[in-house]
Design a protein around this ligand. Structure first.
Ligand SMILES: C=CC1=C(C)c2cc3[nH]c(cc4nc(cc5[nH]c(cc1n2)c(C)c5CCC(=O)O)C(CCC(=O)O)=C4C)c(C)c3C=C
Ligand SMILES: [Fe+2]
Ligand SMILES: [Fe+2]
Length: 311
């Protein structure tokens, strides 16, 4: 029985020319911009034209390519060594798209689509899944594909989070540090429409805290904040820039929304908020890595896949 796993992620520019493609596709997504067409296209075009140069500059600082690309490819390689399936990845807004990958796997007997998002959101999980299943229907292979909504409660995944926090601590005493779980923001309007994202993020923080307690790792204080706001709307609070103003000691930031590092972790958290932390007089500001290819995260993905096979 030939099996395929497809890791579904948002994507990120493979080069500076792709920044426009990335933003155009993102702001043409009905789950990101709720308005119907042609208003959506108009709003999208305005946001892209405003955002393009700032975004390009951000990606230039990261070497002209989103870190999400390399991390995802490495995860695919490592996962394929420990499962009885061929592993692929597809992206929502940049190459390789759903159609590029489904063409490759259409003759497989079983296809397992695993979101790279541990928390369910209409803007990420649902958007990726609908995009994939639309292509699958065209190819008449939709009955062979299974997916999963969320896995923020997976033990191995939470162990990977704690390992990354320990790595950022190095040999220093956690009691001297505050810890901020930072999540990618979402508009309050999306949450009010019933999006589960915030609920899942907060539950994830509780699971991670339990794992920290289990390992007897104590921080001065543990906080939660949201990064990556865009535009004039109300986003989930507390905002990261406000939270940093409350920090009075050394701090570790853990990027809780993500399974692999990307422009929001290495660009926004490390560079942008790093600069703000410096201006605020925070002497020791550290950003933990996302799970990436940590063995525990590979184990989590393997376990999720094995569970999916049973249903
Ligand atoms: C404006 C609306 C946006 C919503 C809603 C949103 C939700 C959302 N995004 C992620 C994960 C990632 N977002 C990334 C980049 C990014 N996100 C937005 C906007 C929204 N995201 C923009 C405009 C950008 C581009 C960068 C920029 O211009 O600042 C990335 C990084 C991709 C990369 O290139 O590495 C990720 C990952 C989640 C999890 C989420 C809601 C649950
Ligand atoms: Fe985003
Ligand atoms: Fe951002």
């Amino acid at each position: 029985m030939k099996k395929a796993i497809i890791l579904m992620n948002m994507g990120g520019p493979n080069n500076l020319d792709e920044v426009k493609v990335f933003l155009k596709n993102m702001f043409n997504d009905k789950y990101i911009i709720g308005a119907p067409q042609p208003i959506r296209a108009l709003i999208g075009a305005i946001i892209v034209s405003k955002r393009l140069e700032i975004a390009k500059e951000n990606y230039r600082k990261l070497g002209g390519i989103s870190p999400i690309v390399g991390h995802t490819k490495r995860l695919v390689r490592r996962l394929s060594k420990i499962v009885d399936a061929d592993v692929f990845y597809e992206m929502r807004y940049t190459y390789p798209f759903a159609k590029d990958i489904l063409e490759k796997v259409k003759d497989y007997e079983e296809i397992y689509a695993i979101p790279m998002y541990p928390h369910y959101s209409t803007t990420t999980t649902k958007s990726s899944w609908e995009d994939l299943i639309k292509v699958a229907k065209n190819l008449k292979i939709e009955n062979k594909i299974k997916t999963i909504d969320s896995y923020y409660d997976n033990d191995f995944y939470n162990k990977a989070i704690v390992e990354r926090i320990k790595e950022a601590l190095k040999d220093d005493d956690s009691n001297d540090f505050e810890l901020i779980f930072s999540a990618h923001g979402l508009t309050q309007r999306t949450i009010n429409k019933g999006d589960l994202y915030q609920k899942h993020i907060l539950a994830n923080v509780e699971y991670a805290k339990k794992e920290l307690e289990k390992q007897n790792i104590r921080f001065k204080k543990i906080h939660m904040a949201y990064q990556s706001r865009l535009g004039p709307m109300e986003w989930l609070r507390p905002y990261m820039e406000d939270k940093l103003k409350e920090i009075s000691s050394k701090v570790i930031v853990y990027p809780i929304s993500f399974t692999v590092d990307n422009s929001e972790t290495l660009g926004e958290l490390v560079l942008e908020y790093g600069e703000l932390a410096h201006e605020l007089g925070i002497k020791d500001y550290r950003v933990a890595k996302a799970p990436n290819h940590h063995l525990y995260f590979l184990e989590a993905l393997k376990e999720i896949y094995e569970e999916m096979k049973k249903y």
